[in-house]
Design a protein around this ligand. Structure first.
Ligand SMILES: Nc1ncnc2c1ncn2[C@@H]1O[C@H](COP(=O)(O)OP(=O)(O)OP(=O)(O)O)[C@@H](O)[C@H]1O
Ligand SMILES: [Mg+2]
Length: 321
């Protein structure tokens, strides 16, 4: 039984008086101790999928329209609010992109970590544990850091404090939603190194969301590529990075900025992701696809196995033919 099992998840938003689908039949699993990365351009439904796991989307405007999400074998859509709170604090923790979303500017960071401990692990709510957690996330001089206010710390240090708060509850699953996008490239790599290190030391699973396929090779066991609310390719990380099949995955890999590369030489994918409510009938990537065939505009392709590895799945009959 996987730690996290998402099956045919459908999430809608209420927009201008009608329900519009934003996540459309997403399935994925995260085994205990495993790192799964969700990648895709802005607006593909990565965050909506991640927030659904602990039922963090505001309902309304959101509604879960279908599917199930099991954590340790229990469907979170059927949990009481008390059991949901236990899942949020005990099994699943989140790290978000914006330090402002998790850190309160008016309290010292040590006080905020202590408060998290008080709520979720009261027997460990001590200053010693706060300092230990700050050291665990690689902050030098943790006693001093505990007395700092968030604005006294750099972006990278704030991100480490947020990770300390997230691991304070000893989660089995850490969901990190673009934890590095706001940071410069060197610091991004350091934060991913920290996550990788924590995963090994604490044995937790990670669901990591990012735009940047260039960063995931080192940390991911499996990769899930999303486009316009769907999974369009997924598989073991090494295989998917070595032999990407879907034209979108291939384009994403080609658009990874190389070190030292200037912005204007970056090969971005022409066109934009279609918005919810405006998805094409056939393949949703067809309008941007360099390999598009006439039938791509007519029929929505299913996810099928690709190559020899049954775990490698692709939603493109042209590329898998
Ligand atoms: N609260 C909301 N109300 C209405 N629509 C929303 C809301 N949150 C998300 N959406 C829509 O759902 C779609 C998926 O959004 P989501 O935030 O999951 O994208 P994402 O893949 O995480 O993108 P990014 O990389 O920019 O974070 C978007 O088109 C967005 O407009
Ligand atoms: Mg997002």
């Amino acid at each position: 039984m996987p730690l996290l099992f998402i099956q045919d998840l459908e999430v809608d938003f209420r927009l201008n008086g009608r329900w519009v689908r934003a996540v459309d039949g997403v399935s994925l699993a995260v085994e205990a101790g495993e790192t799964v990365c969700i990648v895709g351009e802005s607006g593909c439904g990565k965050s909506v999928t991640a927030l659904s796991v602990a039922r963090l989307l505001p309902e309304p405007p959101a509604r879960i329209a279908g599917g199930r999400i099991d954590i340790e074998g229990r469907n979170v859509f059927e949990l009481s609010s008390r059991d949901l709170r236990a899942v949020r604090g005990g099994v699943v923790s989140y790290v978000f992109q914006e330090p402002g979303a998790a850190l309160n500017p008016v309290f010292r960071v040590g006080v905020q970590i202590l408060e998290t401990l008080r709520i979720h692990r009261p027997q460990r709510a001590t200053q010693t544990e706060v300092v230990r957690l700050l050291a665990e996330v690689g902050l030098a001089d943790p006693e001093r850091r505990a007395r700092n206010y968030p604005h006294e710390l750099s972006g990278g240090m704030q991100q480490r404090v947020m990770i300390a708060m997230a691991i304070a509850t000893e989660p089995k699953l850490l969901i990190a939603d673009e934890p590095t996008t706001a940071l410069d490239v060197t610091i991004q790599a350091q934060i991913l190194d920290l996550l990788k290190d924590l995963k090994h030391r604490l044995g937790m699973a990670i669901l990591l969301i990012t735009h940047n396929l260039g960063l995931v090779g080192d940390i991911a066991d499996r990769i899930v590529v999303m486009y316009a609310g769907q999974v369009i390719e997924s598989g073991p990380a090494a295989e998917l990075l070595r032999s990407p099949v879907h034209p979108y995955t291939r384009a994403l890999i080609q658009s990874v900025p190389e070190l030292g590369q200037t912005r204007d030489r970056l090969r971005a994918i022409p066109g934009t992701v279609p918005q919810p409510g405006a998805w094409p009938i056939g393949c949703r990537f067809a309008p941007r696809c360099p390999f598009v065939q006439p039938q791509c505009h007519l029929q929505a392709p299913p996810l099928t196995h690709s190559g020899t590895d049954p775990a490698h799945q692709v939603r493109c009959p042209v590329a898998t033919a």
